[in-house]
Design a protein around this ligand. Structure first.
Ligand code: NAD
Length: 451
């Protein structure tokens, strides 16, 4: 069994099975058996079953949200919002047609391009948005005709297991299975000859290991990895009007967002005003147990991540950083990290160079726009980025030079289910969301008839 810790209390609140290779083998057999009948249902039938699943999960949203808060830490209203947003994505995926492309239909030949399911999908998820990440994988897999085996993070497996239980009341056996387990189980899924695709959300380190592990079976891959998103503020902004969006761009989900704002570049002369405006927003933020009323931000999800975030701040201070704002946290147990705003460092400091994934934002100054674009691009990670300006044309001109899967203007991040989301460089492979993301769960199958 795996003990599951509530990050707000540091106490074990649940135990879940630690599945081994023998359980994985059994799940794969069930999934392969299910694949035959699930893939042979027509698209409309699969879509209507997915919509039934959405209704059933929605009817249980309060219970699921509470479980997410207990294992992940975020405020319960935000957990419910996360699940609802995932369900709306499923509704959208279940509304799209997947047409057959007819390339030629004449007296000589009929050539059609069909989209066939890839087979059995393995979904591996991280601990920052347990159910949203799972739903983003379950929806496209099921709609396109693939059974899926989901492995949540061993740090946040409970809500996903409950989701799997609820799904058994709607879906045919073997179509959706949830196996809880550690990194070894993820490695076994990646190597398994009975799994045809891995869709993964998590760290760059694990993403690289999955890519290597998938080589011998040449699995299809979608990899959503880390980010170190820059935000570039131009000198024409109205500081007051963007301050809250900048702040929450960095601090949503306690800073544990793959495409969160992780390093903020501001013109030197505007730095004092921006720093003060961010601190003003931060002062109004209540940190605490996500089950309590009025809490805006919960704890960091786990002890190791807490230590990592604290380490980045301590190291930055050793290198001369000025922590000009440090928020309050509740007394007692819990991985509560104060909201921390840092200035007076350059891009060589690990807090800037690496992904901090916590409620800490470094604010850096610049004088030359070409130079700051080069600094923003000087990273192996390129998930998201943002440009902030009162002049849309100016902003989009800068945005065009920033290397990232998504460049937002005057917002950061903003994800919707009809828009592709994915990283370039070492932030990932392929996209999730949108029809493009859904079609990543299919293979081309060409039908070519000689007449
Ligand atoms: P992690 O990579 O350690 O773990 C993620 C999942 O992968 C877990 O289920 C884990 O058990 C499994 N895993 C770990 N090593 C594996 C391996 N070698 N083979 C197969 N599976 C393995 O990541 P984490 O610490 O849970 O999450 C934080 C990271 O995830 C951050 O870097 C963050 O930016 C990233 N993330 C990215 C996105 C995105 O969409 N791009 C979204 C959320 C989080």
């Amino acid at each position: 069994m795996i003990p599951v810790i509530n990050p707000a209390t540091e106490s074990v609140f649940a135990e879940v099975p630690n599945a081994g290779v023998e359980h994985l083998d059994t799940a794969v057999i069930a999934a392969r058996r299910a694949a035959r009948h699930w893939s042979s249902k027509d698209l409309a039938t699969r879509q209507s079953i997915v919509l039934e699943l959405v209704d059933h999960v929605r009817a249980n949203i309060s219970e699921l949200a509470r479980l997410v808060t207990l294992e992940q830490g975020k405020p319960v209203a935000k957990a419910a919002g996360e699940i609802e947003s995932g369900l709306r994505s499923l509704e959208r995926y279940a509304s799209w047609d997947i047409p057959i492309e007819v390339i030629r239909d004449n007296s000589d030949e009929l050539i059609e391009v069909h989209r066939a399911p890839v087979g059995v999908v393995g979904g591996i998820t991280a601990w920052n948005y347990p159910l949203l990440l799972a739903l983003w994988k379950i929806g496209p897999a099921l709609v396109t005709g693939n059974p899926i085996i989901v492995k949540p993070s061993p740090l946040t497996p409970v809500a996903t297991l409950r989701l799997g239980e609820l799904a058994q009341e709607i879906l045919p056996p073997g179509v959706l299975q949830v196996l809880s387990g550690g990194d070894d189980l993820g490695r076994a899924m990646t190597a398994h000859t009975g799994i045809d695709k891995i869709t993964f959300t998590g760290s760059e380190r694990a993403g690289k290991s999955i890519m290597a592990g998938a080589g011998p079976t040449l699995k299809r891959l979608t990899l959503e990895l880390g980010g170190n998103d820059p935000g570039i503020v131009l000198d024409d902004v109205d500081v007051e009007s963007i301050a809250a969006d900048l702040y929450w761009g960095a601090m949503s989900n306690c800073g544990q967002v793959c495409a969160g704002l992780k390093r903020l570049y501001v013109p030197g002369h505007l730095a004092p005003a921006i720093e003060e405006a961010l601190a003003e927003v931060a002062k109004g933020v209540k940190v605490g147990n996500g089950l309590d009323d009025g809490v805006d931000m919960g704890p960091v999800q786990n002890a190791a991540q807490f230590a990592k975030v604290r380490g980045y701040v301590d190291d930055a201070v050793d290198r001369g950083a000025d922590v000009y704002f440090c928020g309050e946290v509740p007394e007692g147990p819990g991985y509560f990290h104060p909201v921390t705003l840092v200035r007076g460092i350059d891009d060589t400091v690990p807090l800037v160079r690496e992904e901090q994934f916590g409620p800490v934002l470094p604010i850096l100054t610049y004088t030359d726009i070409d130079d700051v674009i080069a600094r923003a691009n000087n990273s192996d990670l390129a998930l998201g980025a943002s440009v902030w300006s009162s002049d849309e044309q100016r902003a989009t001109k800068v945005a065009a030079q920033v290397e990232a899967g998504t460049v937002w203007v005057n917002q950061h991040p903003m994800l919707t289910s009809d828009v592709p989301f994915g990283g370039i460089k070492q932030s990932g492979l392929g996209v999730e969301q949108s029809i493009h993301g859904v079609l990543e769960y299919t293979n081309y199958r060409v039908l070519r008839v000689k007449r």
